[in-house]
Design a binder for this molecule. Sequence first.
Ligand SMILES: [Zn+2]
Length: 289
Amino acid sequence: MIRIHRGAEPDELRRVRLERLPELARIARTRPPRSEEIDGYRIAAGPLWRAQNFKCCYCERKIPKLYNDVEHYRPKASATREPGSQDRHGYWWLAFTWTNLLFACPSCNRTGKNDRFPLDAGSVALVAKEAPPGKEKPLLLDPAEHHGIEHIEFVFGVIPARATSAGVPPGWSARKHWWPRARGGSLTGDWTIRVCGLDSSEHIELYDDHVDKEARPAARDLEEALKRRRDVTAAFDQAMRLLQPGKPFMGLSYDALRLLVPGDALAPWNLAWPEPREAGRSPGRTRRR
Ligand SMILES: [Zn+2]
């Protein structure tokens, strides 16, 4: 998961908001607006898809085809806020708010996150028309606010039985996989993995495949170059291309490359992998010591 940059709000979304919100406010005076009554925000799907480099905002898989759905960071019709709050009302007044909208794959959005929006203890859920964050302390990373790499890391190894939210399928325990866990004990990283199901077997198969097809070949070329002491910088630059924000599973590539080619091997060449907070921030630029 890496930080996304939405850019400017599309005019069309502003128009829809001005048109639809008064009606929802009218309904909300007597009861919470239902999911099917909250519509029109889907026009944001295309602009978000492009702004996110055609990737899911949570798992970073490429979404090859635009489909007509939009993820609400703060859920629109109902919200499950445990452990921090028992309130269940949705954030209907943010249903057309650009900074609340994301583009996510069906697996992260519908199978995983759904209406979950966990808040930390001491939170007070926003009330109607209140602007975020108020007194809410979300336990879910906001891809537009946080750099996910700082909170989630990928490791290679046998998955401990209780490490995944979805459970480990039979036969998996014997093999090593690439799987995500909280970096440095990040609480929000841990919650985000579980809420979005970033550790589901479906995701883990994609991670394994990505490392085999992209990160391992790049690491192998770099190791070869280091051994031959030739074309090291070129091989390093080639590997760094996997850390451009538009590349799929950039956060995974980041940890895979660092594990496969440790920094000690690069140091004599004045080369270094970026720090988590710097990874993917400057597209195409390689950092040297
Ligand atoms: Zn996803």
